[in-house]
Design a binder for this molecule. Structure first.
Ligand code: ZN
Length: 104
């Protein structure tokens, strides 16, 4: 009965035996990214032991902004949640002060 269940999975038309690349990844929606080298996931501000990001620390705040003044996401910068919140507030204060541009 349950002799060869794999035959149903293999393509019925293609008789050419493909190399097994199931382990390689059936789709690329899952799994770790292979494109970039593993970026260290340490919050830069925690590493430098900056307890609080002030809006006046412009060079820090700007370093977490994109070119157009957008706040870079945590996924990109690797900032922790606490510092990301502080950065977001700092950027918004600076936008209000016309130091950083509004964007989007
Ligand atoms: Zn942090």
């Amino acid at each position: 009965m349950n002799n060869e269940p794999r035959k149903e999975f293999s393509a019925p038309d293609a008789s050419a035996p493909r190399p097994v690349n199931r382990e390689d990844g059936p789709r690329r929606s899952f799994g770790p990214r292979k494109h970039f080298a593993a970026r260290r996931k340490v919050c830069r501000l925690c590493a430098e032991k900056i307890p609080h990001v002030d809006y006046k620390q412009l060079q820090i705040v700007k370093s977490f902004c994109a070119d157009g003044g957008k706040i870079l996401s945590r996924r990109i910068t690797g900032a922790c949640a606490k510092h990301q919140r502080q950065l977001a507030i700092a950027v918004k204060i600076n936008r209000n002060l016309a130091i950083l541009p509004y964007c989007g």
